[in-house]
Write a protein that binds this ligand. Structure first.
Ligand SMILES: [Zn+2]
Length: 401
């Protein structure tokens, strides 16, 4: 039993005793602005911390992911424990921490800054008590998890040479939460353009806004299965200058999501066809010698889909680790996370919850309350040891690729 191991008992106690420092680290880091694609300063901070802790091969890669390795004592599976440095908040957002009662308020304080502090706490405990799993543990503070980041950080890691056998991201509001599916998404911006003119004097010109309306009408009638869950949405429309102007342009943002890549592809094709025929119909509606409307489709994001068995070893291990500490584990629905990339490649991966209480995620009123927050990193430590194997008390549940 892993909890009876002398080193583990000490490491868990240490993580608990370090909890104020972990909170302090969270407060320091969340005051470094780090929107997706602008995480460099925060990443540099993490880089120094990883070195200070004593991880090996600490480096920042080309896209500003920060990685550090704690070597295994055998040739067990390689496990990556990750948390993301980026936030959804623009660079000029006020990120001064405010304390009210026992709550700390700061945009991005939980998602996912507190998780970065958590994985540092895990690394510290492993180094301090010389805890080596059978396989290497790679600690990773990755960039670009949030919408506009389009998983750039984790895509970079898995698209380049790597020997990672399983991936765990700490990025869920419920400590015992386990996300095991990967909802894929395709996002597009469609810009309809035309000559534009006066609504009365130039009447008879094909109209970009009307063409967009035709496209949206078609999209509204799309069919999507309940299972695998598949959705579509035109989320933003823009365009037009005045009520009596035939606009020269109009644009819309389209979001298609599914747990199945086939459904994603099918709906994407229907969407492309809808835009094309909307343009054709709008042009055909008016005289052929008039300047025509065109549509340009720009890809804004692609996240691959994938599923795992809810009873697969990595999920079971996450449940076991939580229960050992008295945390109630639960399967969660939010399913577009950094784990999407490894899941879509068939590599075992999950996203698990952060410690402590939290709320207001993705709003400027985001707050963190350090209540039993040490349970997060304690569970993370046990989980990675179960996955990679530890001494003679835990056989690795992950197989090497
Ligand atoms: Zn997040």
């Amino acid at each position: 039993m892993i909890l009876n191991n002398e080193k583990i008992i000490k490491a868990l106690e240490y993580i608990k005793s370090e909890d104020d420092n972990t909170t302090q680290e969270t407060l320091t880091m969340c005051q470094i602005p780090a929107p997706s694609h602008q995480e460099k300063k925060k990443a540099e901070y993490v880089l120094e911390k990883f070195k200070e802790i004593g991880l090996l091969n600490v480096h920042m890669d080309a896209v500003w992911n920060v990685l550090g390795t704690w070597p295994g004592d055998g040739d067990g599976p390689v496990i990556m424990l990750a948390a993301h440095t980026d936030t959804v908040f623009p660079i000029d957002t006020d990120v001064t921490v405010k304390k009210e009662g026992s709550r700390y308020y700061c945009p991005g304080i939980n998602d996912d800054t507190h998780a970065v502090a958590e994985i540092m706490a895990v690394a510290k405990a492993m180094v301090r008590y010389d805890i080596h799993a059978h396989g290497d543990i790679i600690f990773c503070a990755n960039v670009c998890e949030e919408g506009l980041g389009d998983l750039k950080g984790v895509k970079y890691i898995f698209n380049n040479d790597n020997n990672i056998d399983a991936f765990v991201s700490v990025d869920n509001p419920v400590t015992g939460g386990v996300v095991y599916t990967a909802t894929g998404s395709h996002r597009y911006k469609v810009t309809f353009t035309g000559n534009g003119g006066h609504s009365f004097a130039d009447f008879g010109l094909p109209n970009p806004i009307h063409a967009m309306g035709r496209a949206i009408a078609k999209i509204s009638d799309f069919k999507a299965p309940k299972l695998p869950k598949t959705t579509f949405n035109v989320g933003v429309i823009e365009g037009g200058t005045s009520v009596n102007t035939i606009s020269a342009s109009a644009s819309m943002l389209m979001d298609i999501r599914s747990d199945s890549d086939e459904e994603l592809e099918r709906l994407t094709e229907e969407f492309m066809n809808a835009v094309e025929s909307a343009v054709e119909e709008e042009n055909a509606r008016w005289d052929a010698d008039k300047p025509q409307v065109k549509a340009d489709i720009e890809v804004k994001g692609v996240r691959p889909a994938g599923t795992q068995d809810p009873d697969c070893p990595i999920v079971t291990a996450a449940f076991d680790a939580a229960r050992m500490l008295g945390i109630e584990p639960e399967l969660r629905d939010e399913s577009s996370t950094d784990a999407n990339i490894p899941i879509s490649m068939g590599i075992p991966a999950i996203t698990i919850g952060r410690g402590g209480n939290e709320g207001g995620v993705h709003t400027v009123h985001e707050w963190f309350e350090p209540v039993e927050s040490w349970l997060g990193p304690q569970r993370d430590l046990i989980l990675i040891l179960l996955l990679a194997g530890f001494e003679d008390v835990a056989e690795p549940v992950i197989k090497k690729r």
